[in-house]
Design a protein around this ligand. Structure first.
Ligand code: MG
Length: 346
């Protein structure tokens, strides 16, 4: 199973090398100044992706979850399932809990386990019978946990449209097995889902279009491969992976969890995606550079307002590790304080 941490390590685009997101309607904002002035108010729902706490949670799971509850979080999305055990944080570094024991721990604290991340279906080249057997057991364990959702956060390795279709078939199968168990299956994006994949015909046609355009605009110039390839990169043909996943999966079996931060890093407007795909996007990941609301690059008011308008009910705060080395619990607590202080957060 590919862990989220390994996935992020191997992801082609990282924070260090990313392009700046364009100035779009969900970018920017001064909410944090408002957070300092406003009095915190309890919210009915604030979700946390437990990956945010990493090894700090693994060091003391009951104590850590009690802190999470005290910060105002109501719901969890787990990330550490491995071989029938629920691990804290990154899915390793501790012995883990049996699903029933982990659920009891959360029940006793008043935390609801709404969702869990599992990367298995992304490995769509695993033979179907082998996948089905393992997935049924995995889903069973998540029924024990009381999950409403299981979400795959790992992008399948697909170099062609045909491979995307194979991956989507596997997502549909994963979703069907989930549905039979009363769980909704979903897919979570990073930024690479907003790059395009084209057929050989689309690439050929775009190349010819660029050459023709260059001939007309610069008749004295003979276009080099380097110039044409540069134009191809800036005017990539094809369809975004995220759209291909939506087009090739069954809406009854596969929903989408939009990570609004990675959507921005992919130079996309999360509000547009939320609006245009309101039939598919059922969950959000609320993520910022670190503490939610601190960077000013995310217009949380627009995002939450738009999400409410289309009927999205659940979101999970998610933090990567802090480049400045602050404690993850500090970031998780301050993120909850920020959200609790915003009147547009439902
Ligand atoms: Mg995320």
């Amino acid at each position: 199973m590919i862990s989220r941490r390994n996935f992020l390590k191997t992801s082609a685009l990282t924070l260090g090398g990313m392009s700046l997101p364009s100035l779009i309607s969900c970018a920017g904002g001064n909410e944090n100044k408002a957070a300092e002035a406003a009095a915190p108010a309890p919210k009915e729902f604030i979700g946390l992706q437990t990956y945010s706490l990493g090894a700090e949670l693994a060091a003391d799971v009951p104590g850590g979850l009690a802190k999470v509850k005290s910060f105002g979080y109501t719901d969890l999305e787990l990330a550490g399932y491995n071989n029938g055990r629920i691990h804290a944080g990154y899915g390793d570094g501790d012995e883990g809990y049996a699903p029933a024991d982990y659920k009891k721990l959360c029940d006793d604290l008043g935390l609801n386990i709404l969702s869990a991340h599992l990367g298995t279906p992304s490995q769509y080249k695993t033979p179907e019978a082998e996948f089905t057997e393992a997935w049924k057991k995995t889903v069973e364990d998540h029924v024990t946990l009381g999950c409403t959702y299981i979400v795959d956060p790992s992008m399948p390795q697909c170099a062609t449209i045909d491979e995307v279709k194979q991956a989507c078939d596997r997502f549909n199968l994963a979703g069907k097995i989930c549905k039979e168990a009363g769980i909704q299956f979903g897919y979570h994006n990073h930024n690479n889902e907003f790059t395009k994949l084209a057929t050989p015909e689309q690439i050929k046609a775009k190349r010819e279009e660029i050459i023709e355009m260059m001939k007309k605009r610069f008749p004295q110039m003979k276009p080099t491969d380097e110039m044409i390839n540069g134009m191809m990169r800036r005017n990539a043909p094809g369809t975004m992976y995220e759209q291909l996943y939506m087009d090739n999966t069954d809406p009854e079996l596969v929903c989408f969890q939009l990570d609004v931060y990675w959507c921005m890093i992919g130079d996309q407007d999360p509000c547009e995606w939320i609006t245009e795909h309101s039939d598919r996007i059922k969950l959000l990941h609320i993520k910022d550079r670190w503490i939610i609301g601190d960077s000013g690059m995310m217009n949380w008011k627009n995002i939450f307002t738009r999400a409410k308008a289309v009927g999205i009910k659940h979101f999970f705060v998610e933090l990567e590790s802090d480049p400045k080395g602050r404690k993850q619990f500090e970031g998780v607590e301050k993120s909850a304080q920020f959200l609790a202080s915003q009147d547009y957060v439902w």
